[in-house]
Design a protein around this ligand. Structure first.
Ligand SMILES: Nc1nc2c(c(=O)[nH]1)N[C@H]1C(S)=C(S)[C@@H](COP(=O)(O)O)O[C@H]1N2
Ligand SMILES: [Mo]
Length: 476
């Protein structure tokens, strides 16, 4: 086996994947997304953690690129097999790709056909005699078809996004009250705009759910199972401000956003559905197969102040943030707070096993620990020593009572706090410090109203949430 043949087989793999993906994309499906989701579902925790840390906000693009690279490498691998094993190997790849295309977020029969088509093209392509010119054709054809497929899928996503926006306002459009800190360049706004709000989930792309057909099903151990439309829910919804934080938000990162949410208190839904006395957990189940469950008794007493959310910043939930509905408990990390793209709220006993529990994450609901982020550390224009330091801090659900900063590890100094829009929301802060010429480190810490002071010990997200201080370095 020479290198040229391997290269050519890889090129054929790219062409075959392009053909299959394009076929799937004509119906809004995707073989690549299906395989990517399988990867997210089975990757060991260290691999997931490394991916989150390295790929940052481009994790979805990185996943798709990894899928393409693996398919291409796999195709070359097939060419290494003895002739009699190639057909079974390609058939197995095709069957696998079809099966996973049936389980992704936008699972579709077209996706399954795409997997079969890709396998057929791969087998035929590998049979053809060698030739670098042909290889080049396969590769360029493959890239062109992948690009065309990507365009089709993006268009389908855009059309869906527009249909969602056209549903009209979800919540009031009352502007956010000023917090008294005015305009400070670089400081996060009180409300994080959609588009700037982090997106974290196990899918390559959000599921497209048709609002006309969607109903929220409340099932399981209840006296009155319910099926509610978006309009039914909107009638009972209230607005609240809260920060949502991913467990992967190590100090200084932007996997946290503050929004004005519109949702139905879960207690109101329980009043209608009437859970049985032996129901102990609320399982939030999403159309993508993701589940996370919450302690029912704590939801009912308000210790976990949960909502079924249908609006964000006055609009319907955007597809990437869970349209049509998600469960959110302010103060609980995103991974534990409830699913996006809810299909069902099931009242259950303790037998349910959540998505992340199987992967070694704790089955205790993880509270967000208080965190402060430094957004601005900029020397004054005229007098470089006068340095403005500003940022945001959160300690949901009770709220922030103080933020301090320290320079070069010396004493903690209190800063000015912006007004609080709600205890569960983030709060902005600002101060000006005099710094002598040289290089300095600045750290921030928040104290919560519960008395909890931000923990300065650096810990990674896994297994029980991150800690540490955000530290920035600047030179005067
Ligand atoms: N259905 C579903 N819901 C989900 C997830 C998911 O992968 N699937 N990810 C969770 C995680 S880890 C976080 S941090 C939040 C992120 O919400 P956002 O993307 O709107 O910021 O959604 C949560 N809900
Ligand atoms: Mo997350």
């Amino acid at each position: 086996m020479n290198g040229r043949r391997l290269l050519r087989a890889a090129a054929v793999g790219l062409g075959a994947l392009g053909a299959g993906e394009l076929l799937a994309a004509t119906r809004g499906g995707s073989v690549i997304d299906g395989i990517g989701r399988l990867g997210a579902d089975i990757a060991p925790v260290p691999v997931v953690e490394a991916m989150v840390a390295r790929a940052g906000r481009y994790d979805k693009e990185a996943t798709r690129a990894a899928v393409v690279a693996n398919i291409v490498a796999g195709s070359a691998g097939v060419a290494l097999l003895p002739e009699r094993l190639r057909t079974p190997a390609v058939a197995a790849l095709g069957a696998g790709a079809s099966a996973v295309a049936l389980r992704g977020a936008n699972r579709s029969v077209a996706g399954a056909f795409g997997g079969i088509a890709a396998a057929g093209v791969l087998r035929a392509g590998l049979r053809r005699p060698d030739g670098m010119a042909a290889g080049l054709l396969w590769a360029t054809g493959g890239v062109a078809m992948l690009a065309a497929a990507e365009t089709l899928i993006r268009r389908a996503d855009q059309r869906h996004g527009e249909r969602v926006r056209q549903l009209g306002p979800m919540g009031s459009h009352v502007p956010m009250a000023e917090d008294g800190l005015g305009i400070e360049p670089g400081l996060s706004p009180l409300i994080t705009k959609v588009g700037r709000f982090y997106v974290a989930d196990v899918n390559s792309r959000p599921p497209r759910i048709d609002p006309r057909e969607w109903r929220l099903a409340i099932t399981g151990k209840v006296a009155h199972p319910l099926r509610l439309s978006l309009a039914d829910l909107a009638e009972q919804a209230v607005e609240f401000d809260a920060v949502m934080v991913c467990v992967h938000n190590t100090p200084g990162q932007h996997r946290a956003g503050n929004a004005r949410w519109f949702g139905v208190p879960l207690t109101a839904l329980f009043d209608h559905a009437m859970p049985d006395t032996d129901a102990t957990r609320l399982v939030t189940r999403a159309v993508d197969g993701y589940t996370i469950s919450l302690d029912l008794a704590k939801l009912r007493t308000g210790e976990l102040p949960g909502y079924l959310v249908i609006g964000m910043n006055g609009e319907p939930l955007p597809p990437e943030h869970g349209f049509p509905a998600r469960v959110f408990v302010p103060g609980i990390y995103g991974q534990y707070t409830g699913a996006k793209w809810i299909s069902e709220l099931e009242l259950s006993d303790d037998s349910h096993v959540d998505y992340w529990w199987k992967r070694g994450w704790t089955n205790e609901t993880l509270w967000v620990t208080p965190q402060s982020r430094i957004d601005v550390a900029s020397p004054g224009a005229g007098s470089p020593g006068k340095t403005t330091v500003a940022g945001v801090a959160w300690a949901p659900p009770q709220g922030v009572s103080a933020v301090d900063i320290r320079v070069d590890g010396t004493d903690w100094l209190p800063v000015e706090l912006g007004a609080e829009s709600a205890p569960a929301a983030w709060r902005r802060w600002r101060t000006v410090v005099d710094l002598p010429p040289g290089t300095h480190t600045i750290q921030a810490r928040v104290t919560g109203r519960s008395g909890e002071v931000q923990d300065g010990v650096d810990r990674p997200s896994f297994p029980s949430g991150p800690s540490g201080f955000h530290t920035v370095t600047l030179t005067i």
